[in-house]
Design a binder for this molecule. Structure first.
Ligand code: ADP
Length: 579
C-alpha cells in the first residue's frame, strides 16, 4: 500500500515522489519559461527608454535581439514543460487507477457492499481524472504563478517604489477573494462527485437490467429516475460553478482596477519615463494573470481534494476479512459444518442467519430450501468466505474456515450462482476458467455432466463458438449449464449450486442432477432450490425460514416433523402425495 496517512498532499506526494525526475524536469523548464516571461517587459523598457528616446538604432537592435533570444528560450521551456507535465500526470493517474483496482481485488464482499460498485467506478475514472488535472495544472501553474507574481511585484517595486501600499491593498483583497472561493467551493465540489456516483449507479442499474425494464415497459419510470439523478448532478454542478463564476471575475476586477489606479498614480507622480510605466503595467498584467491562474488552480484543487479523499477511502480500506497468520490448507474429504452460526450484513440490524447448526458429511448432497429471503444464499456464501460469520464457527474439513488460507479454501470450492456469469470469448475459454490447462476431452466431459455438450455441439463452431459480452447469445438455461460445466471442470471437493438450475425445464434439471450424482459421487454438494422436486432427490434437506433452521433431515423425516417444509411441499406438489 503506497500510503497510510489520509491527507490530500500525502496522496499526491506519494505518487509524485515516484516520478520525481520527470516532475523536477518539468519544473526546471517551467522556471525557464517563467523567467523568460518576466524579463520581457524589462527589455521592452530598455528599448523604449534607452533606444527609442535616445534614437539609437544599435541599442534597439541589441535589446531587440536579446528579447528575441529570451523569447525563444521561453518557448522552448513552454514546449518541454508541457511534454513533461503531461507525461508525469498521465503516468501518475495510470498508477493510481491500477492501485485502486488492485486494492478492490483484495477487498471482501462486505467492503464492496459498503463502498458500492458504482461509486468505485466513479472513483477509478472521474475522481482520478480530477487529481490528474490538478497535478498537470499545478505543474503548469502552481510554480509559475507564485514566481511570476513575486517576480513581477518585485520588479514593479524596483521600477515604481511609491506604489507599494497600493500593491499590498490589491493583493490582500485578491487573496481574501481566493480564500472565500475555496471555502464556498469545497463542499459544493464534494457534493458534485457524490451526485455523479448516483448518476453512475442509476445508469449501471438500467443498462444491466435493460431487458427487464423493457419487458415491464418501465422505460418511463427508469427514465424519470435517470432524469432526476441527471438533474441533481446538473444542479450540483451549477451550484459549484456559480461560486467560481462569482469569484473569478471579482478577482479580475480587483486587479484590473488596481492597474488603472496604478497607472493614474504613476502618471501624476512619474517623471515621464514612458518605458518604465509600460513595464509596470505589463508586470501588473502578469500579476493579474497569475492571480487568475491561482484562483483557477485552486478551483481544480478543491475538486481534487474532494476526489483524493474518495480515492484514499478505497486505498486505505481495511479488508473486512483477515488472513490468519499461519493460514492452513483444507485437507480432508470436503465436510462442511455450521456450528451455531449467526450472520448480519454490515449496516443491517436484523441478522440474515441465526444460530444455524448442521453438518454436511463428505460426499453428501444437501438440499437447501426456504422462502425467498430466508438466508439460503447468505448461508452458502459463508462457505467460501465471501463473508465471515458474525458469531459461531464454520468448519470445513473440521477446521475453522477463518484459520484456512482463503486462496486454498476457494481452490477446493466451486460456486455456481443463480445468475450465470459468462465472459466474452469462446465457450472453451469460458469453461477453462475452471481449469486453465484442461484438455478438450476434460472440457467435453464436464459439459456432458452439465447436459451442455448437446447444444454446444449443435453450434457450427462447437466449443469455439464466440460468446457476446456476458453470453448474450445464449438462453438462460444454456448459460446456467455452461456455468455448471465450468464449476465441474474445477473438480472441486465442495460444490455450491445456488438455485442454478432454475432456468432449466424439469426434465433437463432431473438429467443434470442425476448425472451429477452418478459422475461426481465424491463431492459434497450444497444445492439451493426453490423447487421441492429438486431438493427431494438430495440426501438430506435443510429447511430455512427467516434465517433460522426449521428442519434438517431426509425428505420423509421433514414431511413428518417440519411444518414449514410440509407447507412448501403441499403448495408445490399437493396435499397427499408422499414420495
Ligand atoms: P435467499 O437466498 O433465501 O433468497 P438471501 O440469503 O439472499 O435469501 O437473503 C437473506 C436476507 O439478507 C434478506 O433479508 C436479504 O434482504 C438480506 N441480504 C442479502 N444480501 C444482502 C446484502 N448484500 N446486504 C444486506 N442485506 C442483504
Amino acid at each position: 500500500m503506497p500510503h497510510r496517512k489520509g491527507s490530500f498532499m500525502n496522496l499526491i506526494l506519494t505518487y509524485i515522489r515516484r516520478h520525481i525526475g520527470m516532475f523536477a524536469t518539468a519544473l526546471f523548464f517551467l522556471s525557464l519559461e517563467t523567467l523568460a516571461d518576466l524579463m520581457q517587459p524589462t527589455f521592452m523598457s530598455y528599448i523604449v527608454d534607452n533606444g527609442v528616446k535616445g534614437q539609437s538604432i544599435s541599442k534597439i537592435l541589441m535589446y531587440g535581439a536579446m528579447m528575441l533570444g529570451i523569447a525563444a528560450l521561453g518557448a522552448l521551456g513552454a514546449v518541454m514543460r508541457n511534454i513533461y507535465a503531461s507525461r508525469t500526470s498521465q503516468q501518475i493517474s495510470m498508477e493510481m487507477r491500477s492501485d485502486i483496482y488492485r486494492k478492490v481485488q483484495t477487498l471482501s464482499f462486505e467492503n464492496i457492499d459498503r463502498l458500492q460498485p458504482s461509486s468505485i467506478i466513479t472513483r477509478i475514472t472521474n475522481d482520478v481524472t480530477q487529481i490528474q488535472n490538478f497535478i498537470n495544472g499545478s505543474m503548469r501553474i502552481m510554480m509559475k504563478a507564485p514566481i511570476t507574481c513575486i517576480g513581477a511585484i518585485a520588479l514593479i517595486i524596483l521600477q515604481t517604489p511609491k506604489q507599494i501600499p497600493m500593491m499590498i491593498l490589491i493583493l490582500c483583497i485578491s487573496f481574501l477573494l481566493i480564500a472565500a472561493n475555496m471555502g464556498f467551493g469545497y463542499p459544493r465540489f464534494g457534493r458534485l462527485q457524490r451526485k455523479l456516483d448516483r448518476l453512475n449507479e442509476v445508469s449501471r442499474e438500467f443498462l444491466s437490467s435493460v431487458r427487464v425494464v423493457k419487458a415491464f415497459c418501465a422505460q418511463e419510470q427508469e427514465g424519470e429516475k435517470f432524469r432526476s439523478a441527471a438533474e441533481d448532478f446538473a444542479g450540483a454542478g451549477v451550484s459549484a460553478m456559480r461560486v467560481a463564476a462569482v469569484f473569478s471575475p471579482l478577482i479580475n476586477l480587483t486587479v484590473n482596477a488596481g492597474i488603472v489606479v496604478l497607472l493614474w498614480l504613476s502618471g501624476s507622480q512619474d517623471n515621464g519615463q514612458i518605458g518604465r510605466l509600460m513595464a509596470s503595467v505589463n508586470y501588473m498584467t502578469q500579476v493579474l494573470f497569475s492571480l487568475g491562474m491561482v484562483s483557477n488552480i485552486l478551483n481544480t484543487a478543491v475538486r481534487a481534494v474532494a476526489s483524493a479523499g474518495r480515492v484514499q477511502e478505497i486505498l486505505m480500506e481495511e479488508p473486512a476479512q483477515k488472513q490468519a497468520p499461519q493460514a492452513k490448507s483444507p485437507s480432508g474429504e470436503g465436510g462442511v459444518s455450521f456450528c451455531d452460526v449467526t450472520f448480519s450484513y454490515a449496516g443491517t440490524p436484523e441478522p440474515a442467519l441465526e444460530h444455524v447448526t448442521f453438518t454436511a458429511m463428505p460426499g453428501e448432497t444437501i438440499g437447501i430450501i426456504g422462502p425467498t429471503g430466508s438466508g439460503k444464499s447468505t448461508l452458502v456464501n459463508l462457505v467460501p468466505r465471501f463473508y465471515d460469520a458474525t458469531s459461531g464457527t464454520l468448519f470445513v474439513d473440521g477446521v475453522d474456515v477463518t484459520l484456512l488460507s482463503q486462496e486454498k479454501l476457494r481452490a477446493e470450492i466451486a460456486v455456481v450462482p443463480q445468475k450465470a456469469l459468462l465472459f466474452s470469448g469462446t465457450i472453451a475459454e469460458n469453461l477453462r476458467w475452471g481449469k486453465p490447462d484442461a484438455t478438450d476431452e476434460e472440457i467435453r466431459r464436464a459439459a456432458q455432466i452439465a447436459c451442455a455438450d448437446g447444444f454446444v455441439q449443435s453450434f457450427p463452431d462447437g466449443y469455439e463458438t464466440n460468446l457476446g459480452q456476458g453470453g448474450v447469445n445464449l438462453s438462460g438455461g444454456q448459460k446456467q449449464r455452461l456455468s455448471l460445466a465450468r464449476a465441474l471442470l474445477k473438480n472441486p471437493r465442495i460444490l455450491i449450486l445456488d438455485d442454478c438450475t432454475s432456468a432449466l425445464d424439469a426434465t433437463t434439471e432431473a438429467s443434470v442432477l442425476s448425472m451429477l450424482r452418478k459422475q461426481c459421487s465424491g463431492m459434497t454438494v450444497l444445492l439451493i432450490s426453490q423447487r421441492i422436486s429438486t431438493v427431494m432427490r438430495t440426501d438430506r434437506i435443510l429447511c430455512l425460514e427467516d434465517g433460522r433452521v426449521m428442519g434438517f433431515g431426509a425428505h420423509r423425516e421433514l414431511l413428518d416433523s417440519c411444518p414449514v417444509y410440509r407447507a412448501i411441499y403441499t403448495s408445490q406438489i399437493g396435499g397427499d402425495r408422499h414420495e
